[in-house]
Design a protein around this ligand. Sequence first.
Ligand SMILES: [Zn+2]
Length: 70
Amino acid sequence: MRDQKMYCYTCGTDELHRRLTASEKAWVKNQTRRKSVEDVFMCKAPNCRNLRTGFQKRPFDPILRLPDDL
Ligand SMILES: [Zn+2]
């Protein structure tokens, strides 16, 4: 899956985002109670790891950042 450049709410700029791994998806499901997290992307900017969906730049309130140790 190719990385996609889209706006990151935390960085305030357009950044590369990638889709989540299986264990990362499981973590997000557990955090958000969402049934589907197939459309969630993570910002690849250094030390950011903020999550968004393809359509919404800020779907989670408060914002969600993926832990490093999944
Ligand atoms: Zn970011």
